[in-house]
Design a protein around this ligand. Structure first.
Ligand code: FE
Length: 334
């Protein structure tokens, strides 16, 4: 998650009645990840895309703006953030047959309020030097005492880990999940701190042998000269839940309830789900397209295929409160 708030110049127009030929986007995604797609959309349609980039506070902002909000489209990462907008009553059903046809059912709201644009898996980064290939294959393995003192992970209360723990609850129930979280806690090399990349850095530094992180960070670290060595010190492993698949989360979008440029918002959404934009978006983000038949980037393809877990995102989102309770009860972050 990044901090700076960038106001695109176009939003100054937002207080005036909507002009034909524009669409307003509020997004927590980083400009370099998404602006090229908006530029391609404008080049193709002539519709201007005004963007408010902000790492946090967009939902509060939309709430405060109410019906007069200029926002047409909310784009963010993580099911919790996407669904939070819907739960706050800030979105409306998209009503687009294209969205329903392109986005697999488990990656969109049955009521049409939100839908995924890309997916990412939460995986294990294992030291090339100190973890034998095949030594870890499941999320359950992370609680095996053989890893005592060897695992690094960011705080359990972070969104990404809450979703992972919630998915474990969906598979195993709360009691077994509490034991799993306790076992994982007992295996940690240090108190949870830092972001996903910091855990891989800790493997590189020899502080731990296994890190947990989202897939796209491997691409981001490889592209960063200061972090390349961290990424090169690990193998990516796609664990599965016993009897399930690899834990997947999304970046996603929703049409706002008050959207003043509704038709253009739908056009932009349908463009973002086109083969061209899906390929570009996946390439820029090192994520997985939701549209079937669109290839992942060569780099991502090199990580190998995986079987995504089939627990519905809505169920994961609903179990996050329970997950947070377990994080508290087990003192995971202390
Ligand atoms: Fe992230």
């Amino acid at each position: 998650m990044y901090k700076p708030v960038v106001f695109a110049a176009g939003l100054a127009l937002a207080a005036t009645p909507a002009l034909a030929g524009e669409v307003n986007v509020y997004t927590s995604r980083q400009p370099e990840l998404i602006q090229p797609i908006f530029d391609a959309f404008t080049a193709e349609t002539g519709i201007e895309v005004n963007v408010l980039y902000s790492g946090k506070g967009l939902i509060e902002r939309m709430k405060a703006e109410g019906k007069r909000s200029p926002a047409d489209l909310y784009i963010t990462a993580d099911i919790a953030n996407v669904k939070a907008a819907t739960d706050a009553g800030l979105t409306q059903p998209h009503g687009s047959a294209v969205v329903d046809a392109v986005v697999p059912a488990e990656l969109r709201d049955a009521g049409g309020h939100w839908f995924a644009l890309t997916t990412r898996a939460r995986v294990v980064y294992a030291s090339k030097e100190r973890v034998a290939p095949g030594a870890i294959t499941t999320y359950e393995d992370l609680a095996d005492p053989k890893w005592k003192g060897r695992i690094c992970i960011r705080p359990g209360s972070h969104s990404y880990n809450l979703s992972l723990i919630a998915a474990m609850i969906a598979h195993k129930g709360p009691a077994q999940t509490r034991e799993w979280v306790r076992g994982l806690k007992a295996n940690l090399a240090r108190t949870p701190r830092g972001n996903d990349r910091a855990q891989v850095k800790a493997v590189w530094a020899g502080e731990c042998d296994i890190a947990i992180g989202n897939t796209y960070y491997l691409g981001k670290m490889l592209a960063n000269p200061d972090q390349r060595a961290w990424a090169e010190s690990v193998n990516v492993v796609f664990p599965v839940f016993e009897g399930g698949g690899a834990h997947v989360n999304i970046s996603g979008a929703a049409i706002t309830g008050s959207s003043p440029n509704h038709d253009n918002a739908i056009k932009l959404v349908e463009f973002m789900l086109s083969a061209e934009a899906q390929s570009l978006y996946a390439e820029l983000n090192y994520e997985y397209p939701v549209r079937a038949g669109v290839a992942v980037s060569d780099l991502v393809a090199g990580w190998g295929g995986f079987e995504p877990d089939t627990i519905a995102l809505t169920e994961i989102a609903e179990l996050r409160g329970e997950a947070l309770k377990i994080v508290g009860e087990t003192g995971f972050d202390n």
